[in-house]
Design a protein around this ligand. Sequence first.
Ligand code: PEP
Ligand code: MG
Length: 579
Amino acid sequence: MEIKKGISVSPGVVIGTALVLDAEDLLIPKRLIPPEQVPAEVKRLEDAITAAATELARLRDAVTAEHGRDIGSIFDFHLALLHDKALVGQFFVEIKDRHTTAEYAVSVVMRKYSSTVSAIKDKYLSERVKDIHDIEKRVLRLLIGQKHEDLGHLTQDVVVIAHDLLPSQTAALDRKHVRGFATDVGGRTSHTAIVARAMGIPAVVGLGNITSEVSGGDVVIIDGTRGVVIVNPDLEQLEEHKEAGRKHNEAERQLRTLSNLPARTLDGHEVSLMANIEFPEDITDAELHGAQGIGLYRTEFLYLASEHEPSEEDHYASYADALRRLKGRPLVIRTLDLGADKYTQAKALNPERNPFLGDRSIRMCLHDIPMFKRQLRAIMRASVLGDVRIMFPMICTLMELRQAKMVLNDVMEELEDEGIPFRRDIPTGMMVEVPSAALMADQFAKEVNFFSIGTNDLIQYTLAVDRTNERVAGLFCPAHPSVLKLVRDVIRAGRRNSISVSICGEMAGDPLYTLLLLGLELNIFSMNAPDVPEVKKIIRSTTMEHARHVARRVMSFDSERQVMHFLREETRKIIPEAF
Ligand code: PEP
Ligand code: MG
C-alpha cells in the first residue's frame, strides 16, 4: 500500500472509489483479477470496444461530411484495427489465460503490436504507429473512467484522480458525489486546489504520476491535511484514516457554531468576512459558514461550464439568481477573467506560448468588446436588484482601467437610450494582482471605488512562480517580504485615498496570515467559504494591539521563513491547537 506524498491543498480525509480521468499517456500497472471476475472483465472490454467503434464511426461520418471522404477515411484504419479479430482476440487471451485486468491486456497487446509495426522500415506503416496509440488511448479511456461529460451525472460517491482538472471539468462536476481530488500536477493556488477548498473536500495535488498508479475502481485514501494519498490501503491504514477523518469533521462542526457571531476582535474592532464563489448556488454554503456577502464572484465559470458562449440573458439570469439568494447582502461581480489557466488552451486556435503573460482577463475583454458588453449590460441590468459592485481583473495600466470604464459608460448610455433601469453610481473597483498596479496604487485609487488584492496572481507575478506548476510550488509563498510590502502599500494607498481594500486571494483564507493582515488594517477578507470559521476564530481571539504588534515585527523581517515561523508562534499563543 504505497503512500504517495504531494502538496496538501485542501484539508480533511476521505476514503473512496477512484474515478480516473485523463487516460492520456497512461502507464497501466499490472494487476491480476480473481478467476471468478474473468467473465465480468471480458464483458467490460467488449463494451469498451463496441463503444469505441461507435464513437469512431460517428467521428468518421462527421469528418467526411465536413472535409470529404479522403480525410474521413483516416478513421477507417482505426475501425479496421478494432475489427481485427487476430489483434482483439489477443486482448481476451490475456484476460482469460493470464487473469489480467482489461486495461492491462489492451495496453500490453497494443504496445507489442506497435513495436512490431515500427520495426518495419516503411514510411506508411511508421505513420500508423500513431494510430495504434490513438486507438489504445481511446479504449483505455473508455475502460478506465467515465468520460468528462459524465462527470456531471455520477451515481455514486467517487474520488477524482486526474492529471489536472480543466476548469471546464470542475465546472461540470457533480458536486454531490465528488468527495476528493488527487492530481499529478498543480500548486496551492491552481484552479483544482481552489475548487476543492471551496467545495470543502480533501485534495492533494502535485503527486507526480498518480494517474498511472491508480485504476478506476481502486480504493484510495486522500489525506488532504497531510498531503498524502494511499492506493488500496490495508486495514490498519483504513482505520487510522477513518479516525483522522472523524476528528477533522468534528473540528469543522465546532467551528461552524461561530457562523452567526461577528468577526470582532476582543477590543471591539470589526472586519468583514466574505466568500468567493463560482456559481450562484455556492451562496448557500457561504451563508452556512457565516460569510457576510460575496467578495469575489468568478463569473468566467459561466463560460467554462457552458458549451456555447453565454448570452446577455444567461449572464443576467445568473446575477439575478445570486442577488435573490443574497437578500440585500453585497455581491462583487468580477468581469470575465478568462485566459491562462481559466481557458482551455487546447480549445484555442493558436495556443499561446506564455498564457499567464498573454491575452488573458481584461485584455481579452478589451479585444472582444461585444463579448465584454454583453456581460456589462447584464451586470448593469442586475444592479437594481441588490447591492451589486463591479470589479475589473488583471488591471496593469491606467489606460486599461480607463478603457474598461469607458466601455462601461457606453453600456450605461445604451441602456439609458433603451429606457432600461440601472444604477449609475454602481461601485466600480479593480483587482490589484500585478506588481505594476500595486506599485501605482495611489494613482489607481483616485479612479476606482475599491481595491481587491488578488494575492494568487500578485505572488505569481512578483516572484516569477507559475501558480499552477508543482515543480516550483515551494517557491510560491505569500510570506515573501516583497509580497508583504506590496500588500501593505496597497492597503495604505487605499486608506490614504479613502477607498476600501479587500484581499480575495487564497492568502485571505489562510489562518497563518490572519493576524498579520488584521494588523496591516485590512478590513475585508474574502475567501473560500469553509475557511471563514477558522479565520473568524482567530480574529475573535485577539486584539488589534496584538495584531498591530505582529504586523510591525513581520514587516521588519527579511526572509519568508522568519515570517512564517513568527506567525505560527504568535497564532499558537492565542489558539494553541492551531496548525
Ligand atoms: C487572485 O489572483 O488572487 C484571484 C483571487 O483571482 P483568481 O484566483 O481567480 O485568478
Ligand atoms: Mg487572479
